[in-house]
Design a protein around this ligand. Structure first.
Ligand code: A3P
Length: 314
């Protein structure tokens, strides 16, 4: 896949154009909330959790009509940058009522500056880099396979060709990743940028880790509610709402829902995506199935060196 460097980060041409459009047209509001991730770090899960926590009074978790039962989380929390801006103009975001819940994969340097100056809250979720690589590799190859069997025309056809051409042997993907070449990469600069913001402004930027969230999701659900200034009341806690949110948004639960088994999300890159691709294994150590200890250590060393003792470890 051809990638271009914008302010030190690798983007496809379409995403670079989309980011420029966002800068030109998007008007942040003080109460906007941004969910930020490096791709394949648990975006879908974070969207489900935060949407459910923030909307718990409008959409009670036990409601038979809860939006997560009929929508993929990506259908509930729109991306800020979207490659096909002719189908999804930035202006559509203007029509959303406040407070808006939005998501993005862009690093801090590519976020519209108003987001930090207005004090908009950001939740950043990161994941162990080796697992991110494995998850990305599976995702891209799956989309590539879909392209070979697909049809279509226009932008759809163009992106099909791009994805079709991005079949990569794992070893090659590993080398590129180690060089920092991956969509929105280098991953270490992405992590570092938001880590530093969270250290400087902990009340504005909440930095979370996928593995820790897996180990104690309930505690993270409470942290999210507190971060948004709307902690669970004693009554809510005793009603078991935290456990209900954890269960509703769990990998096992979302994966088996009909909308996520057979549904299709809006086209991304002009190519419709089956919702099922967002739910693969949801494991924390899946890298063990794809690389030797020696290979793993090589990437560990690079990440350690690049993070340079900032305090963020995996
Ligand atoms: P794997 O490929 O390792 O299974 P993203 O949402 O950023 O695209 O990340 C996708 C990764 O998150 C996939 O990882 C996917 O299985 C995992 N995932 C999706 N929903 C999840 C959930 N509810 N809980 C935990 N992990 C989830």
């Amino acid at each position: 896949m051809p990638l271009f460097r914008l302010h030190g980060f690798w983007l496809t041409q379409q995403r670079a154009e989309s980011v420029k459009l966002v800068h030109a047209q998007f008007k942040p509001r003080r109460d906007d909330v941004f969910l930020v991730t490096y791709p394949k770090s648990g975006t879908t899960w974070l969207k489900a959790l935060v949407f459910t926590v923030l909307n718990r009074s409008v959409h009670p978790v036990s409601d038979a009509g809860h939006p997560l039962l009929s929508h993929n989380p990506h259908g509930l929390v729109p991306f800020l940058e979207y490659p096909d801006r002719t189908m999804y103009p930035v202006m559509e975001l203007e029509e959303l009522p406040s407070p808006r819940l939005l998501s993005t994969h862009v690093p801090p340097v590519l976020l519209p500056s108003g987001i930090s100056t207005l004090g908009c809250r950001v939740v950043y979720l990161c994941r162990e880099p080796k697992v991110v690589l494995v998850s990305t590799w599976h995702y891209m190859n799956k989309r590539g396979r879909e392209c070979w069997s697909g049809g279509g025309g226009g932008a759809w056809h163009y992106m099909n060709k791009v994805y079709r051409d991005c079949f990569t042997e794992f070893d090659r993907a590993f080398e590129l990743f180690c060089e920092g070449v991956s969509l929105y990469g280098p991953i270490w600069d992405h992590y570092l940028g938001y880590w530093k913001q969270s250290v400087a402004e902990p009340n504005r930027v909440l930095f979370l880790k996928y593995d820790e969230m897996m180990a104690d999701t309930g505690n993270h659900v409470k942290r999210l509610a507190e971060f948004f200034g709307d902690p669970f009341t004693v009554e809510e806690e005793s009603s078991g709402i935290v456990q209900d949110i954890v269960k509703l948004c769990s990998f096992e639960n979302l994966k088996k829902m009909p909308v996520n088994c057979s549904g299709v999300t809006n086209p991304i890159d002009g190519l419709a995506i089956e919702n099922s691709v967002f739910f693969r294994t949801g494991k924390v150590r899946d890298w063990e199935n794809h690389m030797t200890e020696e290979t793993a250590k090589k990437l560990d060393r690079i990440i350690e060196e690049k993070l340079g003792g900032c305090g963020l470890t995996f």
